[in-house]
Ligand binder design. Sequence first.
Ligand SMILES: [Zn+2]
Length: 428
Amino acid sequence: MNNFTVKLYFDSKSSPRLFGADEQDSSSIQTEFQQALKKSRDCNSYAVCLCTGRELPLAVKLKNEKHHLARFPLTGNKHKDECRFYSRLSPEGAQGTYNNDAITEKPDGIINLKLDYALQTKSVSDDIPATPLTGDASRKRKRGTVSLCGLMHLLWENSGYNRWFPKMDGVRSSTLLGFHLWTQACEIEIGKTRLSKVLLTPAVTGSRDSARNSGAVEFARQNKCRMVVVAELAKYSDKYISGVNRLPVKDFAGMPFLGLDTSRWNSAIERFPHEFSGWKNGYKTFIIALTDVPSAKSAQVRQLAMMMTSERFIPLDSQYEGMMEQKLYELQRSFFKPLRYDSSEMEFHPDFCLLDVQSQNHMPFPIEVWGMKADAYIAHRREKERWYNCEFGEKGWWSWDATISGKLAIDSSFPSKKISGYTNLMKE
Ligand SMILES: [Zn+2]
């Protein structure tokens, strides 16, 4: 991993300064480089990496009295492969709660991942329990495998469907999403199997996506592989509560009959109460399923996870978050949704982050939605408030307390949009 030239910006009165690879001396806080980093941060300005020749934003952070440059969220894969800020993974977020067995980036850029259950089976009857391992990983107690939920988050994040810029309006669709998830899956292997070979995604009849799905079924059948299905649930109906014999999904062209027994369906409904209730209330809800090795016409679903999204396919943890996301959209804000993967509740992540204004720590500006008032949650909330104040500064984050008013009001305390060179960089 190499250093490349970085450029530091200050206030409008001082011209930016370049520091070459061997001029980034942080041996003491008195070095020119450290002084310049401090000045940049004091001006609430920013830095960029020039490894590719164009400007890629970096955050200037203060840690143990020294300033240092850090990768800006969601930009790791835009740096040159040899650059120290390059990564296709984002270990600074919830991905950092997996160890190297669970997820790792190989030298050729392929992401290798170990799922809770292997895709290769020795026999069709290898059993998979309906209830998956729980998501309780933390930075102290890292997880050695990735759950289906975690895999869905990885696909969503790597294909950019957890972020939103106003210019995306009207562009997204579920089949296009499917194609983009598949494109990411081309560079992900699970064990020794390339995920794209066994991934089914939303498709309409007669489309290339449909043909691709059919091809994946054929591959899985011949190679005795389990399949991974990502699909949007069909419109909710009460008839689904009593049980289903097939997974009720839409846009299933090219997919086999996805058989599902009632106990596995009920288990999923119990494990995903917010998602189920969102589905009932008309929210888009996606499933990710692991199936047995398919036959020519059908595949039995062995494990299932659900995720609710907005109309714009932004993942949501609650319907309050849905209201917040809708408001951010109406205000034409740029934002992203940090994804939780398999991390525990005590690993803190903002509910949303604005990309068109900075926190006091030079990072995307966090938005929190407080949605519950049970005693246990209050303690959790106090701790998370302390975390926000410490990481982002007391005025460096914003929250909506939905337990006081279910009506979301955006008042003058809400940070206004600051279009700057910094945020323009993030639009690409
Ligand atoms: Zn770089």
